[in-house]
Design a protein around this ligand. Structure first.
Ligand SMILES: Cc1cc2nc3c(=O)[nH]c(=O)nc-3n(C[C@H](O)[C@H](O)[C@H](O)COP(=O)(O)OP(=O)(O)OC[C@H]3O[C@@H](n4cnc5c(N)ncnc54)[C@H](O)[C@@H]3O)c2cc1C
Length: 484
């Protein structure tokens, strides 16, 4: 299969697909396909040969069987909010959109779990569970749009990952259509007591970026919503001071629900967009949310305030009302959306460093910004050491694109050198395949490939993602070489 040559979907195959899902649920008009040419990683674009929108598991399986018969690549797609090109149709083929699998089938209050279809939007689950005092904990900032199937694909995190864990900690089991069309269930079943022993294939699939099959229904864990929140905004003169406060809070034995940082540049954009009332002259803002039982929260709050002050916070505001807390989170979670005020384009990086290395990596990002003459702003999950430098560039200027890619590579390379990783939550996709060889040994990568081959021996399910050495989008590879 040649990268540069998209695999064509024949008229006969399109007709077969239309017989399964209906005329209007197969798209092959170039104008419609343009919507699906990339995800939120916009540096690479390639439309699929067709998009199919099945309405239930059986239709997904039938579509997958037709594609298997025709030897076509299949690309599962949720909402397409991936930030690393995990949904790019590198060699064309059939994109299978799960948007019509959008029902919450049941909420089991007694056992604290919900059965939802793969296209259900993340935020809908908590909305449905809230009247029962329950919530679905993983809360990516994209949660009003991203789907639970996509969350499984990328093992999503979010601001509250620090305390509650990532997607894999909250998925009990799921139904999946294998690349040959067989329907399987992995992990705990829907019936009470239907738990599994043996190898955790559920865990292997979560985070596999749609390369193992198409998830159609998911049994998620619900947790008790906290009795109370204390949400603080620490105002610091510098990113360095705020980073040191992050380490001190954790070292004091406190595990906040969330511990998020915004630097001055992103704060300016967020404030201009959402008017929360952030101080524009602050070097860095720290959002610390403590949650849980009311008992003990005031003491923890006092301790966090004390630590922040000791690290030079000039002001600490505590949200006085639920509305104020909600507004604060809305501003934080929509930060990426405010970047349009700063730049026509941006590259979101997603790296991890040990928490103790936060000051060092933040300084390195600053140096990288100067070195490549590009503005870089930061809004990230500081408590997890999960950084998200946002590299600003103008896609119409090829030299800026090259410098943005090179700056991103430099930052991720430094994360690895500091003992971290090239992804905390956004996945590898096409963006970071080259880094896999720097982070893992040849043997480890071979084991990963072998595991993938168990599920997808022909390598047709979301090809050209994650693993280096495979053929990649020629144009992009060339751009990276020039950038280097
Ligand atoms: C503004 C913004 C903020 C974000 N914030 C966060 C954040 O805080 N934390 C975080 O982790 N991510 C974040 N992201 C990234 C993104 O939202 C997540 O990766 C999310 O999980 C993707 O979900 P999706 O439905 O859009 O999936 P898609 O982007 O459509 O797909 C993602 C991957 O999952 C696969 N996939 C999708 N559906 C299925 C399925 N049913 N079966 C099998 N594979 C499937 C795809 O093939 C692809 O590999 C953010 C993105 C944006 C644009």
């Amino acid at each position: 299969m040649d990268h540069a040559e998209p695999v064509l979907v024949t008229a006969e195959t399109l007709a077969e697909l239309r017989r399964i899902v209906g005329e209007r649920n197969v798209l092959d008009d170039p104008a419609e396909l343009a919507v699906y040419e990339c995800d939120a990683y916009t540096l690479e674009k390639r439309p699929p040969g067709a998009v199919v929108l099945p309405g239930n598991t059986e239709e997904v399986a039938a579509v997958v069987r037709v594609c298997a018969g025709a030897g076509l690549p299949i690309i599962p797609r949720g909402a397409g909010t991936s930030l690393s090109g995990t949904v790019l149709a590198v060699t064309g083929g059939v994109m299978i959109g799960l948007a019509r699998l959008n029902r919450i089938e049941s909420v089991d209050v007694l056992n604290r779990r919900a059965l939802v279809q793969a296209g259900v939007v993340n935020a809908w689950i908590t909305r449905e569970a809230a009247p029962h005092g329950l919530m679905y904990a993983p809360d990516p900032s994209s949660q009003p749009a991203c789907t639970i199937g996509g969350n499984v694909g990328t093992n999503s995190g979010g601001p509250h990952t620090l305390k509650y864990g990532v997607t894999t900690n909250h998925i009990l089991g799921f139904e999946m259509v294998l690349p040959d069309g067989e329907i399987v269930w992995l992990g705990s079943g829907v019936e009470e007591g239907d738990d599994v022993d043996g190898i955790d294939l559920r865990g292997a699939v979560i985070g596999s970026e749609g390369m193992f099959g198409i998830v159609t229904r998911v049994l998620v864990r619900l947790v008790r919503a906290p009795q109370e929140f204390k949400t603080l905004l620490g105002v610091f003169e510098s990113v360095d001071d705020a980073s040191l406060a992050v380490g001190d809070i954790i070292a004091a034995g406190i595990v906040p629900g969330a511990l998020e940082m915004m630097d001055q540049m992103i704060t300016g954009a967020v404030e201009a967009a959402y008017h929360f009332g952030f101080p524009l002259d602050a070097g860095a803002l720290l959002i610390v949310e403590l949650d849980g039982l009311s008992a003990g929260l005031p003491e923890q709050t006092d301790r966090v305030i004390e630590i922040c002050r000791a690290r030079g916070a000039r002001e600490i505001r505590v949200a006085k009302t639920e509305q104020e807390r909600a507004d604060l989170w809305k501003s934080r979670k929509r930060a990426f959306g405010a970047i349009g005020r700063l730049s026509p384009g941006y590259l979101t990086q997603d790296g991890v460093v040990p928490r103790s290395k936060l000051p060092e990596i933040m300084r390195f990002i600053q140096e990288t910004s100067c070195r490549f003459d590009l503005r870089i702003c930061n809004v990230f999950h500081a408590g997890d050491g999960n950084i998200h430098p946002l590299i600003l560039f103008d896609e119409r200027k090829p030299d800026e694109v090259r410098r943005a890619i090179a700056a991103g590579d430099a930052i991720l390379g430094r994360c690895v050198e500091l003992g971290g990783s090239v992804t905390g939550e956004h996945g590898i996709g096409v963006e970071k395949v080259d880094f896999m060889a720097r982070q893992f040994s040849v043997e480890t990568l071979d084991v990963m490939r072998a595991l993938r081959a168990v599920f997808d021996p022909a390598g047709r399910c979301n090809p050209h993602k994650m693993f280096p050495g495979g053929k990649r989008c020629a144009e992009f590879a060339q751009r990276k070489q020039i950038a280097a």
